[in-house]
Ligand binder design. Structure first.
Ligand SMILES: Nc1ncnc2c1ncn2[C@@H]1O[C@H](COP(=O)(O)OP(=O)(O)OP(=O)(O)O)[C@@H](O)[C@H]1O
Ligand SMILES: O=P(O)(O)OC[C@H]1O[C@H](OP(=O)(O)OP(=O)(O)O)[C@H](O)[C@@H]1O
Ligand SMILES: [Mg+2]
Length: 281
């Protein structure tokens, strides 16, 4: 199975890291290489621009691809979304100069909108029956309203810093995006693809969980169990050469702060909190 992975830009690093956590560390993946192997002999990686990945998957050059929803929508391919990988969260928004008169999409009738996403932008205006001229640019979109190239833009925002620096205000949201695992509908339930989905889901499931280990005197065990929220009951083991018990449990990251205090009060000692690489349920 071949996976299409962003070759550069902000999605490259987190994608490589996710693959590694999922047990698919990339090998022989020198910079500028188009293909690489992974530790799994059945899985190879094809490096491509985030924008080209949907097309590579649609054409069958890769079985699956990792890229943003914005890129998949813009490509016009109709791929299946298998997993929301929960990074690269951003919004495509319609924005216009803060001090200008455009505050509603309808005011863009007969006007010009610049964007790196002409297809998504065209669909957005067509749906509302607004006749707008779309100018395709390949970067620095935020500049175009200030040099009379466009009356408004459709562009990506996450923190909002770039829009603010360029004195642009959001008029409407066009699309919400995050990075997903995409596949052609025909291959979405191949065995290897399903294994990949399970591996990614296990990484995501582990992200907001912590593994707690502690020592507990046997007479305190019930009190400790009472304060453990846990995914299922705790694992309780004898500690060699001691009357203490070792108690291990998985808890939600959000609960760790409170649980530790409760555990201490219940008599637990030597409490260790660690991250979890993967959690297969
Ligand atoms: N500011 C942002 N915050 C979160 N995600 C973003 C942001 N900008 C882009 N993305 C996501 O990352 C994807 C790729 O963006 P990135 O800028 O890394 O690549 P690119 O612009 O295609 O790279 P290049 O122009 O260098 O080829 C976008 O399609 C979007 O899904
Ligand atoms: O809301 P913000 O956090 O400011 O992010 C928005 C900016 O991020 C992206 O650019 P990027 O940094 O990827 O640079 P690029 O234009 O070179 O792709 C996007 O094109 C916006 O310009
Ligand atoms: Mg970019």
């Amino acid at each position: 199975m071949r996976i299409a992975v962003p070759n550069k830009g902000r999605l490259h690093e987190p994608t490589v890291k996710l693959l590694e956590r999922a047990g698919l560390r990339i090998e022989n993946g020198a910079e500028r290489k188009l293909y690489a192997e992974t530790v799994d002999p059945d899985v190879t990686v094809l490096f491509a621009r985030a924008a080209d990945i949907p097309e590579y998957v649609a054409d069958g050059a890769a079985a699956v691809g990792i890229t943003g929803v914005d890129q998949e929508r813009e490509s016009g391919t109709d791929l299946d979304e298998l997993v929301d990988l929960e990074f690269g969260q951003c919004r495509l928004v319609l924005a216009a100069p803060e001090d200008g008169e455009i505050t509603e999409p309808e005011q863009l009738e007969g006007k010009t909108v610049a964007t790196e996403f002409p297809r998504v932008t065209r669909e957005y205006f067509d749906e509302q029956d607004i006749d707008t001229e779309i100018v395709e640019v390949t970067g620095a979109t935020e500049l175009t309203p200030h040099v009379e190239m466009a009356d408004a833009i459709v562009d990506i925002t996450s923190t909002g810093t770039t829009l603010a620096v360029n004195r642009l205000a959001i008029i409407d949201e066009v699309l919400n995006s995050s990075v997903r695992l995409f596949a052609r509908p025909e291959t979405a339930d191949d065995e290897k693809v399903e294994q990949l989905v399970t591996a990614f889901e296990s990484v995501l499931a582990a992200d907001d969980k912590r593994y707690l280990m502690m020592n507990v005197a046997s007479e305190d065990l019930e009190a400790v169990k009472d304060v453990i929220p846990g995914l299922g009951g705790p694992t309780v083991m004898d500690v060699a050469g001691s009357d203490d018990l070792a108690v291990h449990v998985v808890v939600d990251e959000r609960e760790v702060f409170e649980v530790i205090n409760d555990l201490k009060a219940a008599g637990a000692t030597g409490i260790l909190v660690t991250e979890i690489e993967r959690l297969v349920e």
